[in-house]
Design a binder for this molecule. Structure first.
Ligand code: R5P
Length: 317
């Protein structure tokens, strides 16, 4: 692999060692020796144990649970690399936490996604690479080059292998996700339905209107994040109530906090497919109706192309 910005180095934080190892495997590069550990009071300490002077360094770290610790690790690793004279530092953040706080949701509330973008930039990152950002405009929160990769090629491959596409309908679980769902429907050439959640009057429970005739179809819900699981489980119930044959979900980031795994396993979702942008917990790995696809090769390819100054967007043509 040709590298134009110095030797390629991969430095992993603690958020997702399995993904970091898999990316390193695809690139046929070792992970750079580094220690990321805690002082007794839980302060984070980082020591890069190899020379990185003049190197093109990629930090592999999702800011997933515990989000603040993993974010702080990313910032401190970046600082260590900058002070060690790395030529170029790319923060590879497959799951960008805080992304849902991308606008003022009310008076006197923060835009935390912008704050996190500022922190990463000021720590010394030269570029950012991330995956399926909650909102595309978050790219603009960074004043450094930011590549937003898409998990869709990995998902499309899996969907084509498993389903008879003539009987599939892609569904967006809410109006905000229509662009994402339409993109996937276009790639696999299927129709699209949308769930419109509405609370007619304050205090009344939410009504799920299904826009599109899903009767008899295998529905595939598409979203960026599953957190509590409420959105998906309710969407699956609404689709089945409207005559869907069965319901699957393809979601990039399996945040799955609290009782989400139990909620999914006891739901009427046939299967939830997530990626390993966030390291799956043991409960996720053991869940009978949750499956994980790896995005390691996709990220490795994007790193390789970035290092060689080749097009990254053409990965998604
Ligand atoms: C929201 O806009 C996101 O795209 C997801 O739909 C949301 O984060 C899912 O959350 P939960 O699983 O808690 O319903």
């Amino acid at each position: 692999m040709s590298a134009k910005n110095g030797a390629i180095k991969l430095v992993a934080g603690n958020s997702n060692p399995a993904l970091a190892q898999a990316i390193a495997g695809w690139l046929e590069l070792p992970l750079t020796k580094a220690v990321v550990r805690r002082f007794a009071d839980m302060e984070i300490f980082v020591e890069i144990q190899e020379n990185v002077r003049g190197s093109d360094v990629y930090i592999l770290q999702s800011t997933s649970y515990p989000a603040n610790d993993h974010l702080m690790e990313l910032l401190i690793i970046t600082d260590a690399l900058r002070r060690a004279s790395a030529r170029r530092i790319t923060a590879v953040v497959p799951y960008f936490g805080y992304a849902r706080q991308d606008r003022k949701s009310g008076s006197r509330t923060p835009i935390s996604a912008k704050l996190v973008a500022n922190l990463i930039t000021h720590a010394g990152a030269d570029r950012v690479m991330t995956l399926d950002l909650h909102a595309m405009q978050i790219q603009g929160f960074f004043d450094i080059p930011t590549d937003n990769l898409f998990a869709s090629p990995v998902m499309v491959r899996d969907i084509k292998d498993r389903f008879d596409l003539a009987k599939v309908m892609v569904v967006s679980p809410d109006v905000g996700g229509v662009v994402r769902a339409r993109g996937l429907a276009k790639r696999i050439n299927t129709p699209l339905a949308i769930i419109d959640k509405r609370r007619e009057r304050p205090g009344e429970s939410e009504v799920m209107n299904v826009i599109g005739d899903v009767a008899g179809y295998t529905c595939i819900l598409v979203d960026d994040i599953i957190d509590s699981g409420g959105t998906l489980v309710n969407a699956a119930d609404a689709l089945l109530a409207h005559g869907a044959k069965d319901v699957y979900a393809y979601i990039t980031h399996g945040v799955l906090s609290g009782g989400a795994v139990t909620r999914v396993t006891s739901s009427r979702l046939k299967e939830l497919v997530i990626t390993d942008s966030i390291q799956p917990t043991e409960a996720v790995r053991n869940a009978p109706n949750i499956r994980t696809l790896s995005i390691a090769s996709l990220i490795a390819e994007a790193i390789g192309r970035t290092a060689a100054e080749e097009s990254v967007s053409s990965l998604f043509d």
